[in-house]
Design a protein around this ligand. Structure first.
Ligand SMILES: Cc1cc2nc3c(=O)[nH]c(=O)nc-3n(C[C@H](O)[C@H](O)[C@H](O)COP(=O)(O)O)c2cc1C
Length: 509
């Protein structure tokens, strides 16, 4: 246990097509059947792939940070995508995770052993079609991370196109295009060491011949395909895509070349074909057009946005997707519709249930969450160092080195499992800590004292006030939230906050 503070502290400081016929919430029985089927099919078992993934003639959901999580990938597949890429996952983050078979959801989870975050969640439905994109700058680290996931995915892709400072400074992404020897070493190591196909995704260089030469050189490593985004590292989405560069690469290489960068011109399914023709590729990878409306993959035309959002939310609920990730994705679908009354309501929502309620799926969400809880789902609210420590098999885990002797709150501490949901407290005066302080002053009880423990990246706080102690048994991701959680328990315990209110607003499940 690491006590990081001991002392008193004061305050912590779409209306378009709205009424279109969206999908109704599926019956919980139907979903449970799906999970039962997944179990019967041996969820979690390591089995050989039916076929090695082919990258020819494919329509592909491009890798997109935060967008390419499980619900979006499954929806893309439902709408007709052939292959779906995960968001970029950094090798060391994968290596910091352990594999957990999630019997309740029917998924395989890679769980961050320091804070319980789901680094990568996948399921049997996508196993033959999902490509995990990795960010790396080191062949052996990439191999180790690849080995961890290779049986659960259809392919592994190395990101060699990301121009973001974080990637480039770490020698990842587009930095690898400037260090061809290292890039090839990574690819060769993975091709030789992994059972699944390996690919990479690059950006074009400003010179067309140099672009072709680099791609040819990368292809020599034995990769199964190469994705080419037709913009240079300095070009932004508003610049036109250099389709003729991609065409030149496709002409020169014998492996499949996947054309990317055409979203600005892709408004319907037929436009995907046009992009294929223009780039001379048989496969196309789509990012933004899918981010905005993932039904772009439908041969029969895009669906109204509200219908897509509803389907996306149902999948988010069924796979217990993180509320903030769901919000981010829906926000990117709504775009300018965020200005509408419904959009504004959406912006205020924080929990998955609050978001779902806007699309009439609030009851469905709550019902499913309660079912998950009853089935023993280890969700965000159940994350605690003890469980992570037991499940992680990594002997290097920092959590393993810690002593766990005095964590369990003793019986005389008032303990409730309360989540602190920031958006419920718009002004500082509403914050639970502020209210505890005001109340204790009015009652002349002295100063509230918070003591917080940190383990790995998780925090729990105990509030002492007038000889009594209060804590939330939920481990929060930072000290401030942990203190607010403890303050909420105190307010509830002394009758300043109603238990029913905490249940209604999602603080207590
Ligand atoms: C929200 C967002 C996240 C992205 N994240 C990634 C990523 O994780 N890995 C990657 O290689 N490219 C990433 N990209 C780039 C896209 O995969 C793609 O190369 C680019 O958007 C051009 O394709 P488009 O015209 O179809 O949008 C991202 C793009 C967007 C819009």
């Amino acid at each position: 246990m690491t006590a990081i503070e001991d002392g008193s502290s004061t305050t912590g400081s779409g209306e378009k097509n709205v009424d279109s016929c969206g999908p109704s919430a599926p019956s919980a029985e139907g979903r449970l059947q799906d999970v039962a089927e997944a179990k019967a099919n041996g969820i979690g078992e390591v089995r050989p792939h039916v076929n090695r993934l082919s990258y020819s003639g494919k329509t592909i959901l491009a890798p997109m940070v935060r967008v390419g999580t499980l619900p979006m990938r499954l929806l893309a597949l439902e709408f007709g995508a052939d292959i779906v890429y995960s968001e970029e996952l950094i090798d060391w983050k994968l290596l910091r995770s352990f594999r957990r078979v999630n019997e309740v959801l029917g998924t395989i989870d890679f769980v961050d052993e320091t804070d319980g975050t789901i680094v990568f969640r996948t399921c049997a439905r996508e196993r033959e079609q999902v490509v995990l994109q990795m960010g790396t700058s080191d062949p052996q680290r990439a191999l180790k991370a690849g080995k961890l996931v290779e049986n659960d995915v259809a392919g592994i892709d190395i990101n060699m196109g990301c121009p973001k400072e974080f990637s480039v400074k770490g020698g990842m992404g587009v930095a690898l295009m400037a260090d061809l020897a290292k890039a090839k070493n990574i690819l060769r190591t993975l091709v030789n060491g992994l059972r699944c196909p390996v690919t990479c995704k690059v950006r074009v260089l400003s010179d067309i011949d140099a672009t072709v030469a680099v791609c040819q050189s990368l292809a020599e490593t034995g990769i199964s395909a190469i994705g080419v985004h037709g913009r240079t590292r300095d070009e932004r989405p508003q610049h036109s895509n250099r389709n003729h560069y991609i065409k030149a690469v496709a002409k020169a290489l014998s492996i499949p070349v996947i054309a990317n960068g055409g979203s600005k011109e892709i408004e319907c399914f037929e436009d995907i074909g046009k992009f294929c023709t223009e780039t001379g590729c048989s496969s196309v990878m789509i990012a933004r057009a899918a981010e905005w409306n993932v039904s772009i993959f439908r041969r029969n035309g895009r669906l109204p946005l509200d219908e897509v959002i509803k389907k996306y939310l149902v999948l988010s609920v069924d796979f217990d997707n993180n509320g903030s990730n769901t919000k981010y994705c829906v926000q990117n679908m709504l775009r300018e519709l965020q200005e509408t009354p419904r959009g504004k309501l959406f912006l205020e929502a924080q929990t998955l249930e609050q978001i779902c309620a806007i699309w009439d799926l609030g009851d469905y969400c709550r019902k499913r969450q309660l079912e998950f809880k009853a089935s023993g789902l280890l969700g965000r609210r159940e994350v605690c160092p003890q469980v992570l420590r037991q499940e992680s098999s990594d002997i290097q885990s920092p959590l393993k080195k810690m002593k766990f002797d005095d964590h369990c709150p003793p019986d005389d501490i008032v303990t409730m499992k309360v989540a602190y949901l920031r958006s419920l407290y718009p002004s500082d005066n509403d914050l639970p800590k502020t209210r505890v302080l005001a109340w204790s002053r009015s009652q002349k009880l002295g100063m509230p004292v918070y003591k917080t423990v940190q383990e790995g990246k998780l925090f729990q706080s105990v509030l002492t006030l007038s000889g009594k102690q209060y804590t939330s048994s939920m481990w929060e991701k930072n000290k401030r939230w942990a203190e607010q959680g403890a303050a909420l328990v105190c307010l509830c315990s002394v009758g300043q906050v109603d238990l029913a209110t905490l249940k209604a607003d999602g603080s207590i499940l």
